[in-house]
Design a protein around this ligand. Structure first.
Ligand code: FES
Length: 360
């Protein structure tokens, strides 16, 4: 049997890539792991993507071109995908809209949010050649096969991202398109040049609203900028307040069925008292305010929590609630458990309702 020092000497004589392979081969890997080492994008492997390019859209937003692996089943414009990306040795999953037309290479676009681990990593550190994990595209914020005669897109901030995917794919088939887009100012408007070019070419009618100087456009008064809005099938994506406003305006007009919305965050219908949350394994206790998901409160305190879509869909954030009460931010429903009967909860849509203990 070869001694450790002999083996180490033998390894030191190998090239770096080959040495890495030999080191990995010396650990108990499964046959599929060896195949993944050779071709991580192969059919049958966990779905991955290779980053082909990273481009800034604005100073705080970026688009990432990705070559998906062989298992990618394609997407419908307007859908999103989840990416799994390693930041400082920790894998994080996040969902981003696909902004490219259907094709072999996809583009996701993201705006960096304050304290956002992944969105800031995409903006400042991601490099071409990086391998990331991918999920199949999903979401129903898409246009029907039979396209409407008149379409309206109402977007705010990064809510423009799924709409860009739709415009880039379907503009040739849509006759009459109005885009009403709000951004803090022109510098922070994603895809500004492309949208302005489409407007100049007469392919869309673009209405911009720069909220820092003009204030938020109340959607109850959208008729002032889009007089025929009641005749248009409408897709809206943006901040929660904007979408709530849109739903109220369309319902009041009796045309709620013409409005399709996409939320990046769950709609919070009820907030409670908040409370003290203890993450028992991490030995961290935080004051979690009412209306703040336990996921956000924990991450802000440096607790490593599983996550994914962050809006109640994927169930990646499920952890055991060992004791205490939480409130479902979407419904207001209270869930209480005692130590003898722990329960799994979704931290992205649950807020503390009094003191509680999370077994993480
Ligand atoms: S992160 Fe997807 S359900 Fe919570």
């Amino acid at each position: 049997m070869q001694s450790t020092s002999t083996a180490r000497r033998a390894l030191s004589g190998l090239g770096l890539g080959l040495r890495r392979f030999v080191e990995l081969a010396a650990t108990p890997l499964l046959p599929a792991d060896y195949l993944d080492l050779i071709n991580p994008m192969r059919a049958g492997a966990d779905l991955r993507g290779r980053v082909l390019g990273v481009a800034h859209e604005t100073a705080t937003s970026t688009s990432v071109a990705i070559q998906p692996g062989k298992g990618w089943r394609g997407h419908r414009p307007g859908q999103y995908t989840r990416i799994g990306i390693d930041v400082n040795g920790v894998r994080h999953w996040r969902a981003y809209s696909i902004t490219s037309p259907s094709g072999d290479v996809i583009t996701i676009s993201a705006r960096a949010i304050e304290g956002g681990v992944v969105s800031n990593h995409l903006l400042t550190a991601l490099r071409p050649g990086t391998m990331i994990m991918l999920d199949q595209a999903t979401g129903d914020f898409t246009v029907p096969h039979e396209l409407p005669r008149k379409a309206l897109f109402v977007t705010g901030g990064s809510g423009i991202t799924p709409v860009m995917g739709i415009l880039r794919s379907h503009l040739g088939e849509l006759d009459d398109v109005v885009v009403v887009h709000s951004a803090p100012d022109s510098e922070q408007m994603m895809f500004r040049r492309e949208l302005e070019r489409l407007h100049a070419e007469g392919r869309i009618q673009l209405v911009t609203r720069f909220t820092r100087s003009e204030g938020v456009l109340p959607l109850g008064r959208i008729g002032e900028v889009v007089p025929d809005w009641r005749e248009r099938e409408t897709w809206a994506c943006g901040p929660t307040g904007m979408l709530d406003d849109a739903e109220a305006a369309w319902e009041d007009a009796g045309i709620g069925q013409l409005l399709h919305t996409e939320r990046f965050r769950p709609r919070v219908v009820a907030v409670g008292e908040g409370g003290e949350v203890t993450f028992t394994k991490a030995e961290v206790t935080v004051d979690a305010p009412a209306g703040v998901p336990i996921l956000d409160a924990g991450e802000a305190a440096g607790v490593l929590l599983p996550s994914g879509c962050r809006m109640g869909i994927c169930f990646n954030c499920v952890v055991p609630l060992a004791e205490g009460s939480v409130r479902d931010l979407r419904t207001g429903e209270l869930t209480s458990v005692d130590p003898e009967d722990p329960l799994l909860i979704q931290t992205c849509i649950s807020a503390a309702a009094g003191p509680c203990r999370i077994a993480v």
